[in-house]
Ligand binder design. Structure first.
Ligand code: FAD
Length: 401
């Protein structure tokens, strides 16, 4: 493998979004010397979000190459068993940890922080700002910002999530690309009233479910995940109070820990709320602009989005290095390597809604029967192999180091 062309110090790259995909690409590009700017609309790096996991040799290779495998292990959650419970809190099914948590599991916010810390001295982060307009020219992309002065970059990468603003500006309206899966999900921190210690509980009623989990052994805090079945809702994504009202309505009268969880929701300052949906675009790149992570091939829930985003960032940076910064060559290679891989992962993570919140009592009972089967040792191993299969269905080229 030649490393003649891998110096990218002549290349300026603007990345939009500083969650997982954005900092992962910044980290990979900075290793090749590229001059990277990351613009994030939140005023600071966002914490919060549920635990995300990595599985199989592809994730391991990428994270090792990025130099963060050991740190992820040092901050892993050590989540244990999760149980499906009835309204009185009695376990109906126990799901072993290895079925749910991959090889290593870490909080989304913690992972973002690790990558940010590793890059903040080499990468320019601009918080509290966003792209206003993009004009792709033969010599670069002219960018105006909401707050900062206009600048020109060689490349612009949209890593701004499922509802990507960059995608909207360059590829067209979200309605062309977003497939809605009839459910919404919410996550926020709650007091650890059940005294959970690295364990989780899931309670379902027809069309809605509450999962409570304590991932880090903190006696005081737990994470709540709420899933409900719904028609498409129209609401302002910036209006947190409106999202809380939707949740309060949908979970009114919910048994088990429902009342306590709704009480905690009133005070929550870290609410994540989104449709369970996937993004399917025809192309991931156009001119000097590319989509990465959820912006290009996102899937809410199901454990795959973070792994695909990390692999996508590694491949995009590696192809740019191989091509000496020639974006036409690199973008074509990125498209062909990532497209099928991402599609396979989307298939595996497609059905998280009915998994948590089956539509009827009968479906809840048959889900529990299926869980009981899956939780038996041989089938749990089989289940793990299926998710691992899509997470490893890509042959990684040897990129310059
Ligand atoms: C706070 C938070 C909590 C999450 N919690 C969960 C969860 O509980 N369950 C789950 O399944 N997934 C969750 N996700 C999504 C999950 O992180 C992704 O599915 C996956 O990790 C891929 O990450 P991504 O970086 O591509 O997209 P995302 O993680 O969605 O990150 C996109 C980033 O772009 C930023 N951004 C958006 N618009 C603009 C703009 N116009 N200008 C600049 N920046 C912009 C966002 O603030 C965000 O930081 C969460 C994401 C965030 C940001």
């Amino acid at each position: 493998m030649t490393n003649r062309t891998h110096d990218l110090s002549h290349l300026t790259v603007l990345i939009c979004g500083a969650s997982i995909a954005g900092p992962a690409l910044a980290l990979n590009l900075a290793r090749y010397g590229a001059r990277v700017t990351v613009v994030e609309k939140a005023p600071a790096l966002r914490g919060g979000g549920f635990a995300v996991d990595f599985r199989g040799h592809v994730h391991r290779t990428v994270l090792t190459s990025m130099g963060i495998w050991d740190e992820i292990h040092a901050h892993q959650t050590h989540m244990g068993r999760q149980s499906v419970v009835d309204a009185d809190g009695h376990a109906r099914v126990d799901l072993p940890a290895e079925m749910m948590s991959g090889d290593v599991e870490i909080f989304r916010g913690e992972l973002a922080r690790i990558m940010y810390e590793r890059t903040k001295d080499r990468v320019e982060y601009v918080f509290g700002d966003s792209i206003a307009t993009l004009t792709d020219t033969p010599h670069g992309v002219d960018v105006t910002f909401e707050n900062s002065p206009s600048r020109r970059f060689d490349l612009v990468i949209g890593a701004d999530g499922l509802h990507s603003h960059t995608r909207g500006l360059v590829f067209g309206d979200e309605s062309r690309y977003l497939r809605f899966f009839d459910h919404y999900v919410a996550g926020f921190e709650v007091p650890n009233d059940l005294g959970l210690d690295r364990t989780g509980r899931v309670y379902s009623e027809p069309g809605r479910a509450i999962a409570l989990g304590n991932y880090d052994g903190d006696p005081d805090r737990a994470g709540a995940l709420l899933v409900f079945r719904s028609e498409r809702l129209s609401y302002d994504r910036r209006d947190i109070a409106a999202q809380k009202r939707i949740l309060a309505e949908r979970f009114a009268g919910m048994g088990w820990e429902g009342p306590r969880v709704l009480k905690a929701l009133e005070a929550a300052d870290d609410l994540y709320f989104d449709a369970i949906a996937q993004i399917h675009v025809d192309r991931l790149t156009k001119g000097r602009v590319a989509l990465l992570g959820d912006a290009g091939y996102g899937a809410t829930m199901g454990g795959m989005g973070t792994g695909v985003a990390i692999v996508g960032a590694y491949v995009l940076a590696g192809e740019l290095a191989l091509a000496g910064g020639d974006h036409r060559t690199a973008f074509a290679a990125y498209e062909s390597r990532i497209r099928d891989f991402a599609k396979g992962c989307q298939k595996t993570s497609g059905n998280a809604g009915p998994f948590f919140a089956p539509a009827t009592e009968r479906l809840i009972r048959s889900r529990d029967r299926m869980y009981r089967l899956l939780a038996s040792r041989p089938l749990a191993a089989f289940f793990k192999r299926i998710t691992e299969k899509s997470a490893t269905a890509i042959k990684l080229p040897e990129y310059p180091v």
